[in-house]
Write a protein that binds this ligand. Structure first.
Ligand code: NAP
Length: 201
């Protein structure tokens, strides 16, 4: 489960649980992105805070784990490096799923080593209610129609009506975020005064 998680919210958690159930997945690793190549430096909150919030949010689910692997790797974060690292950790034959928000897949053919990535795991694109997926399907289909191992799934998650950008804006405007994020994450945001100033980037 990849994402910026700035901050992690119930939409992400519900997505992970829904995908875990749908595909009978044993473990979900929540991997906060270190430095996204497609976002300006400083445009996202510091990696340590995002990791700690992810850790707090995933603590109560026995199938969920938070991973530091992308934030500890340094440099720009490329998903292919993560998948290669996971392939080394898990035994051969382990099926790896890469789960993230559908919009993130829009530019996927421009991602580092996209062709290798496409063959290396199964993709699950989580969508918000009302998401028009035709354009994304067209892009994936047209550009990569003949790939023999293409595995791509969509899963609509109503709870994804919650979004990190809305949460950041709510905090900036002094509006409540209770019940949108786990209480421990809400307290962390409060205590460390995250998202108080004008959004950067
Ligand atoms: P993003 O552009 O910040 O997010 C795109 C959309 O997806 C947003 O609506 C976001 O909502 C949602 N989203 C993000 N993560 C999600 C998750 N785990 N579950 C459900 N919805 C999610 O995307 P990003 O976070 O930067 O990137 C997503 C993943 O793709 C990361 O793991 C990143 O490393 C990877 N990626 C890799 C490359 C590469 O290898 N070159 C390039 C781009 C992205 P919220 O804001 O509410 O989360």
């Amino acid at each position: 489960m990849g994402g910026t998680f700035d901050p992690i919210h119930y939409g992400h958690l519900v997505t992970a649980e829904a995908v875990r159930h749908e595909f009978a997945i044993d473990q979900v690793l929540f991997i906060p992105t270190g430095q996204p190549p497609h976002k300006a430096l400083g445009a996202v909150s510091d990696a340590e805070s995002r990791y700690l919030m992810t850790l707090l949010a995933t603590e109560s689910n026995e199938h969920f784990y938070a991973s530091r692997m992308e934030i500890d790797r340094g440099g720009f974060t490329y998903t292919i490096d993560t998948i290669r690292a996971l392939q080394k950790i898990y035994s051969p034959g382990t099926e790896i799923f890469f789960i993230t928000g559908a919009d993130a897949f829009y530019q996927m053919f421009g991602w580092h080593n996209a062709e290798e990535l496409l063959g290396a795991c199964t993709f699950v694109a989580a969508t918000r209610p009302g998401y028009q997926k035709e354009e994304l399907i067209r892009r994936i289909g047209v550009t990569n129609q003949d790939h023999p191992r293409r595995r791509f799934h969509f899963l609509e998650v109503p709870a994804l009506a919650i979004s990190s950008s809305d949460i950041r804006e709510r905090v900036r405007n002094g509006r409540p975020i209770k019940y949108l994020v786990p209480e421990a994450v809400e307290n962390f945001i409060k205590k460390h005064r995250l998202y108080r100033e004008e959004e950067k980037g």
